[in-house]
Design a binder for this molecule. Structure first.
Ligand SMILES: [Zn+2]
Length: 434
């Protein structure tokens, strides 16, 4: 700081001297100090740009990391959703199978039902036949009973008549017989008559008993049929209930399946959304990475290597870096670089890898080149007769960037070589080796 202020004072002195004694000023080997402030300003601009770029890279890196974390989380979510879908799908498959089994069962039950209904129809028909037979048996029985009753009444009437008339009627009938044979016949008749009545009566009674027995048997058969029918009807009712239950179960399964399928659809929508989010994040990361690579490519860093001699083969130092006494004025002046005496047109090479940040002309520095080597390290080459590079160009150690000359405030052909570090001039010898 003290040095710089002193340099500024000296510069002012030098300027006022040069205004009073232009010839003396022209005699001065160099007056580079004025350039110092200018270069310093340019340096600050470059420093600012570098800091800005570094911040930008940091921001990009942070943003990429953040997005990569988001992607990781989204991927995890996606895995969870996928596994949920798989679980539900397997449930749906099970349900579908159960539903199929139930449907097959119901089909079988329907066939059983048909069989039972056929049986019921058959039994109903048999019962109705039996009922007709019973009806007929009842008619027959009534008829037989009537005949029996009539016969019995007729017999009773005849017997009553004979008793009332007494045996005289029989005797009379016998005496009136025309012959003995006739008489015998008549006697037989009477005898036979009562025997006939007796036999008939017995027949009718037997008939009645038979019809009654038939009727009872038919009724018993009908009861058996009724019982069978009731049993089959109960079976039918049970089967009907079973079919209804199974159909309800099928409906429940269908409902369950449709619910689960809806859930799968919703999950699939979630998955698609998640995938879209991941893809967007990945695209953003890719773009930012590309940008980062570009930025990093631009960011130069100095690895600490030694500089190349900027004026190859010309090692004679006509004016060294540091404080010196002005040959005419006798005042102390600071020389911010090393002057290398070399013939006009001899090559100026870049001391180290870097990027050209200035390739221009100034009235004091003449044609000059300033190179950024990263980490706040710059080299400056002055008084060139020719400049072969331009601002923004990448250069490497030993690359020819210009030719020695005597442009600007210079008294002869030479290369003025300065090194700046962290915003101040430093001894080039720290980098050149001596
Ligand atoms: Zn110089």
């Amino acid at each position: 700081m003290v040095k710089r202020r002193l340099a500024a004072i000296l510069l002012m002195v030098a300027l006022s001297v040069s205004a009073v004694f232009p010839a003396v000023s022209a005699y001065a080997t160099e007056s580079d100090d004025k350039e110092a402030s200018k270069v310093e300003a340019e340096d600050k601009e470059h420093d600012y740009e570098d800091t800005n770029r570094a911040n930008k890279i940091q921001e990009l890196e942070d943003s990429i990391k953040e997005k990569q974390d988001q992607i990781k989380k989204a991927e995890e979510d996606r895995k969870k959703i996928k596994s949920s879908i798989t679980d539900i799908q397997s449930m749906v498959n099970d349900l579908e199978k159960e539903k199929d089994d139930l449907s097959n069962y119901v089909t079988k039950l329907d066939a059983d039902m048909e069989e039972i209904q056929d049986k019921i129809e058959e039994l109903t028909e048999l019962i109705s036949e039996k009922e007709e037979e019973i009806e007929q048996a009842e008619v027959d029985l009534k008829e037989a009973e009537q005949i029996q009753l009539d016969q019995y009444n007729a017999m009773k009437a005849r017997i009553k008549f004979m008793y009332e008339k007494g045996d005289s009627y029989y005797l009379e009938m016998l005496f009136k017989a025309k012959s003995f044979g006739d008489m015998v016949n008549k006697a037989d008749y009477i005898e036979q008559l009562s025997a006939y009545d007796k036999k008939k009566l017995e027949e009718y009674v037997a008939n009645c008993e038979y019809v009654e027995a038939c009727k009872l048997s038919l009724e018993s058969e009908k009861q058996t049929l009724d019982e069978a029918k009731a049993q089959v009807e109960e079976e039918e009712a049970n089967l009907d209930k079973l079919i209804t239950d199974k159909k309800n179960e099928i409906n429940a399964k269908s409902y369950d399946i449709s619910n689960k399928e809806q859930a799968i659809k919703e999950y699939e929508a979630d998955l698609a959304e998640q995938t879209a989010v991941i893809q967007a994040l990945e695209a953003a990361v890719t773009a930012q990475k590309k940008k980062l690579l570009e930025e990093e490519g631009n960011l130069i860093s100095y690895d600490g290597g030694m500089f190349a001699w900027p004026a190859p083969k010309y090692t004679r130092i006509s004016d060294d870096y540091g404080w010196r006494t002005h040959p005419i004025l006798g005042v102390q002046q600071f020389h911010n670089g090393v002057d290398m005496a070399a013939p006009a047109g001899s090559p100026i090479v870049c001391a180290y890898d870097g990027e050209v940040v200035a390739a221009a002309y100034s009235s004091t520095m003449g044609n000059y080149i300033m190179v950024n080597h990263g980490d706040d390290l710059y080299t400056i080459y002055m008084h060139a007769s020719a400049v072969y590079v331009s601002t923004g160009e990448k250069v490497v150690r030993g690359e020819k960037i210009g030719a020695v000359g005597s442009t600007g405030r210079s008294t002869g052909n030479h290369l003025h070589f300065s090194v700046r570090k962290n915003g101040d001039y430093v001894s080039p010898w720290s980098y050149l080796g001596k």
